[in-house]
Design a protein around this ligand. Structure first.
Ligand code: SF4
Ligand code: SF4
Ligand code: SF4
Length: 295
């Protein structure tokens, strides 16, 4: 199946937050007012971060300037990046998280036990959970699923389909990377010297690609995100264990085969006399009396 991706272009985004609303609506996620007021950060970024009912946010980076409004905004997108080397998938002990055929990281809610290992392993600090710490009932993992239920039916993700200025696009990963490179080249021509593509190589390549028209420090994206060394070691150990297991099985098989061969080569059973005879010396090793047993 073709590898797909979403492209977010920060130079086109108007921060209308239509995508945030569309995500809530399509995924039937509530928007509790009390939570937003508690998390008020003094910024138009609202809520301040992804949470147990919010899968993606538009980030607002605000710097002073001497222009009319006195604020120089840079908008970004924060959500699951759908990594190729996905630490969350690697550490999940129940198989709740997995890659689908397009390369997206999807979740089977029923399998989530709320351990939150996935969040610890995520270099973007993304997965959130509801119901954790109560009675274990109703635990749900909350992160972007790339609207796999829509994509499976030939539709774009809800956030993409609602974006009026076209800051969000959806297509094959190859197409999205080509568009991103083209856009960055144009931005540089227009004087955005720090313009870059984010997600082409990071953590094995992500399935949400960002066009950043400003320096990385204006966005809530880590420089050089890494899967934790322990997880890579664990993966290596799994591989080695698998190789080791194959070696042990092969060794056992060889020993078994050799053992059988040794007995077959050295001794033979004579059906007429019921004797077991040493092949090399011709001596009777033992006689099998069918009624009385061996002697
Ligand atoms: S809908 Fe489009 S323009 Fe509006 S905030 Fe989302 S990405 Fe930006
Ligand atoms: S961003 Fe985090 S939650 Fe999403 S696929 Fe990558 S590691 Fe997993
Ligand atoms: S792809 Fe779907 S789940 Fe992910 S942020 Fe967009 S609307 Fe939400």
């Amino acid at each position: 199946m073709t590898e797909m991706a979403m492209l977010y272009d920060s130079s086109v985004c108007t921060a209308c937050k239509g995508c945030q609303v569309a995500c809530k609506v399509w995924n039937e996620l509530p928007s509790p007012l009390v939570k937003n007021s508690q998390e008020w950060s003094g910024s138009l970024q609202n809520p301040a971060d992804v949470n147990d009912t919010t899968r993606m946010i538009i980030t607002f980076n605000e710097a002073d300037n001497d222009k009319r409004w006195g604020i120089d905004w840079t908008f970004g997108r924060r959500s699951c990046m759908h990594c190729t080397n996905a630490g969350c998938v690697d550490v999940c002990p129940t198989g709740c998280l997995s890659h689908d055929e397009h390369g997206f990281v999807v979740a089977d809610d029923d399998k989530c036990i709320g351990c939150q290992y996935c969040r610890s392993a995520c270099p973007f600090d993304i997965p959130r959970h509801t119901g954790v710490g109560l009675d274990g009932m109703g635990i749900k993992l909350n992160k972007c699923t790339m609207c796999s239920d829509r994509v499976e039916n030939g539709r774009e993700p809800a956030c993409v389909s609602t974006c009026q200025p076209g800051a969000l696009l959806f297509g094959t990963r190859e197409e999205m990377l080509a568009k991103a490179a083209e856009k960055v080249a144009k931005l540089k021509e227009r004087g955005y010297a720090d313009a870059s593509v984010y997600g082409a190589e990071e953590v094995g390549g992500t399935h949400i690609i960002h066009v950043l028209h400003r320096g990385l420090d204006r966005y809530e994206l880590p420089e050089n995100p890494q899967v934790h060394g322990m997880i890579e070691t664990e993966n290596l150990m799994k591989t080695l264990t698998a190789v080791g297991a194959v070696g042990v099985v092969a060794g056992l098989g060889l020993s078994f085969a050799t053992g059988i061969g040794y007995r077959r080569d050295e001794q033979r059973y004579d059906e007429a006399s019921h004797d077991v005879i040493d092949v090399d010396t011709g001596e009777i090793v033992k006689h099998i009396d069918k009624e009385a047993g061996e002697r």
